[in-house]
Design a protein around this ligand. Structure first.
Ligand code: GCU
Length: 429
């Protein structure tokens, strides 16, 4: 590939079509309509018909048919098998070697956050593009540190939505208060806010740019290349690299947090980077913590469509085209969740009645419960003998918990519970 050749320009629809051709697929089944109750393909919300495939692929049986009997077998055999399947079939493979990132502080200021003296630093992570200068990747991250900490402190890395510069808040909208940064600083911890779209755009047209395009030198993806979720997770790992060299942060206690598409990314981060010491995944839904085999809210075909396929590896699209379907997936969401074990993981949702039905809160609970044998292997936690608990009840003993907050599609009302959980699990006194 010529070094100075401009990246290929394709619309999301064109690139999606190109991927179908690459896979030899004529067309995909359509997804569900989440907006219009009159639509013929309106999403299903009837619990009675939500479980067409009640049997999940076994979590604790190896590909050779052997039961997993302990942590060693999990770590040496089963976990790598599952990671391999997620790379090949679901999220794509990250390149074995990726360009280095140099973090630079571009602004620093003193602020008081929730009454706590703080230092706020804006960073740019410059990705080495010497192999293909036509693409620049500059990662935005803001770090808020307690200024008077006596030693290294735990940190939470959040994937954040950044509103466009010309964005106007809808009438009556107010930012959640206290903010996540205020809550975290009140605990004496540090908060990093990473802007995932500066790593990789949140659309199919961007796949020939960002970190994915840079590594591919501006060419479109192969069917097993990584998608945006893995690229965002890669960005979080680069933040953690930087923390490893910083005296202010205790790199053994760094958590990853995200909501919705970034709740999916938080699970993917935990799965692929075992240095992250805790996770908080909120309302992650389809392709996150919600079971693909459930027919409730969003379905696999929505994620495979041209509006969302860029989150995934190309091979994932096969499962949205006949003859393959949901039940042919070799994994389900419980397999992804289990890849966080035995580290502390907080799986959150909002309430269907408050606007979080699309993520299938019950399906997220079922997957979390089905994943908990991975924590049980270590005696690290469990969710058993409980049915869907309903709102404001945190279930799970130990390092795996589920909690549905009483609001809608947001992590806001789960933050304090998560921070209490992390404090307990990290034994931060
Ligand atoms: C859409 C999408 C979801 C996603 C959500 C979000 O609703 O279908 O899968 O999680 O956007 O990120 O807000």
């Amino acid at each position: 590939m010529a070094q100075n050749e401009a990246p290929v320009e394709l619309t999301a629809e064109e690139d999606h079509r190109r991927m179908l051709d690459l896979l030899g697929l004529e067309a995909l089944r359509p997804g569900r309509n989440g907006m219009d109750p009159e639509a013929e393909n309106y999403a299903n919300y009837d619990e009675a018909t939500s479980n067409p495939y009640p049997d999940l692929p076994p979590l604790m049986i190896t590909e050779n048919g052997e039961p997993v009997t302990g942590p060693q077998m999990w770590e040496e055999t089963r976990r790598p098998e599952l990671v391999g399947i997620f790379s090949e079939e679901i999220y794509g493979h990250a390149p074995a070697v990726t360009p280095s990132v140099t973090w630079e502080v571009v602004a620093e200021r003193e602020e008081t956050v929730a009454g706590v003296p703080a230092i706020v630093r804006d960073y740019v992570g410059r990705v080495d593009n010497s192999a293909y200068p036509a693409i620049e990747v500059n990662i935005d991250m803001t770090l808020t540190l307690p200024a008077e900490a006596e030693g290294p402190v735990p940190a939470i890395v959040s994937f954040i939505f950044r509103f466009p510069a010309n964005w106007e808040a809808p009438a009556g909208w107010e930012p959640p208060s206290p903010s996540a940064t205020e809550r975290i600083l009140s605990r004496g911890w540090a908060h990093a806010e990473l802007v995932p779209t500066t790593v990789q755009a949140d659309n199919g047209a961007g796949l020939t740019k960002g970190i994915i395009g840079l590594v591919n030198k501006g060419q479109p993806r192969d069917a097993d290349d990584w998608g945006a979720l893995r690229a965002w997770a890669w960005g979080a790992s680069r933040v953690l690299d930087e923390f490893e060299g910083m005296k202010e942060i205790d790199e053994t206690r760094v958590a990853i947090e995200g909501l919705s598409r970034y709740g999916k990314a938080a699970l993917v981060t935990m799965a692929y980077d075992e240095r992250f010491a805790a996770g908080f995944s909120g309302s992650s839904g389809e392709a996150g913590a919600s079971l693909y085999r459930r027919d409730n809210g969003e379905v696999l075909e929505n994620v495979a469509s041209s509006g969302e396929y860029h989150w995934m590896g190309g091979n994932f699209l096969k499962y949205a085209a006949d003859p393959l379907g949901w039940d042919d997936l070799p994994i389900d969401a419980h397999s992804l969740i289990a890849l966080s074990a035995p580290r502390p993981l907080f799986v959150g949702t909002g309430k269907s009645e408050e606007g979080d039905a699309w993520v299938d809160p019950v399906g997220i609970f079922m997957a979390t419960k089905a994943a908990s044998p991975a924590w049980e292997l270590y005696g690290a936690g469990s969710i058993h003998d409980v049915d869907f608990p309903g709102e404001k009840v945190e279930v799970g003993e130990g390092a795996i918990v589920f909690r549905q907050q009483e609001g809608g599609h947001s992590n806001h009302l789960n933050w304090e519970s998560f921070l209490d959980f992390a404090k307990r699990e990290w034994a931060d006194e």
